[in-house]
Design a protein. Structure first.
Length: 342
């Protein structure tokens, strides 16, 4: 005889069994499980791609332009997270950002090269210059490396002011993009390429070695791997990504000047990773998005935005040490449902 319905229920994790089946063999048993796994991955990408279109059609030009800045700052934050994974705590992302912007603006203004050339050449040129400047500092670790990277953009600003190089305090003018859609989807497309590309890179054998260097470079050296050469590779990639962000900002604002080396471009990536979480690039992207939206909403505060970064970093360092994204990811996989007991 069939068992009587007792009407009793128990609670179980929604993802119970999904991870065991999908972690290695990628086997799913239902569309509900596929939705559970794919929705948090696909939805942010869809929103990111749709927001410029929605805001522009709604006639909100200011926030439509903020979306471009959001994408550029997300690229900057991921470049910093890449350096941090390899054990290079930088406080000078503004150095790479400013170098890329100046190279692109100079090629466009003085040589009249088109944007389609100045952006990639500016990114590569910024990477070469940034790597060359920091090449002698790769033996440094921790606070010592951070102090050197913080000093370089300050020195360049003073040198440009003193020599009146590249327009001095007036800066260099640059051409703009043909229209809003070009810069918006170029920036968002570059953001997505950097995100998925860096995640794939850091999950490869090359990335595993880079992560190991960040954890214990002495052990990696003992295994016979040239740590300095691997750090040079990481530095070149990270500086090139940050320089690429600088080229986008230059042609978006049609200007490259001393403000491109400002402390804000060095502090924001650090604050983004502290707030969003480190180690998977999604946290850096989430943190930079929240900071960009918050600071643009509070633009009337002016220089006090740096104080806002500092307060948020202190708050999340004390209250949510893992960062927002790891916290949300952990809570998402802890959702439970009621299951009827047979």
């Amino acid at each position: 005889m069939p068992k009587a319905d007792t009407g009793q229920f128990r609670r179980e994790r929604i993802d119970r069994g999904i991870y065991a089946r999908s972690s290695d063999i990628f086997a799913l048993s239902s569309w509900r499980e596929m939705t559970y796994l794919l929705l948090p991955r696909i939805l942010p990408v869809v929103i990111l791609l749709a927001m410029p279109l929605v805001l522009e059609l709604a006639g909100n030009e200011y926030w439509a332009k903020v979306m471009v800045i959001l994408a550029i700052m997300g690229i900057m934050a991921m470049s910093w997270d890449l350096l941090r994974m390899a054990g290079m705590f930088s406080l000078g992302q503004g150095l790479f950002f400013g170098l890329g912007s100046y190279v692109a603006a100079s090629l466009n203004h003085y040589l009249e090269w088109p944007i389609i050339l100045t952006i990639p050449i500016g990114a590569i040129g910024g990477a070469i210059l940034g790597t060359a400047l920091l090449l002698g500092t790769l033996k440094l670790r921790g606070i010592y490396f951070a102090m050197v990277t913080l000093a370089f953009p300050l020195l360049l600003v003073r040198a440009i002011q003193a020599t009146n190089f590249m327009g001095g305090t007036e800066g260099v003018r640059a051409a703009s993009f043909p229209n809003y859609w070009t810069i918006a989807y170029l920036a968002i497309g570059a953001l997505l390429v950097c995100f998925f590309g860096l995640r794939r890179l850091m999950n490869s054998d090359w990335g595993l070695v880079a992560r190991a260097i960040g954890q214990d470079d002495i052990a990696v050296t003992a295994s016979g791997i040239d740590v300095t050469w691997r750090k040079i590779q990481v530095l070149f990639i990270a500086s090139g990504i940050a320089a690429f962000a600088g080229t986008l900002m230059t042609h978006f604002l049609m200007y490259a000047g001393l403000s491109n080396f400002s402390l804000e471009y060095s502090i924001l990536p650090v604050a983004s990773v502290v707030i969003g979480g480190s180690g998977n690039f999604a946290g850096a992207l989430l943190g930079s998005s929240l900071l960009t939206l918050a600071t643009e909403s509070l633009r009337a505060l002016g220089a006090l935005r740096i104080a806002l970064y500092s307060l948020l970093m202190v708050f999340f360092a004390l209250m949510v040490r893992e960062g927002i994204f790891p916290y949300l990811e952990r809570r998402y996989h802890q959702f439970e449902r009621r299951v009827k007991v047979d």
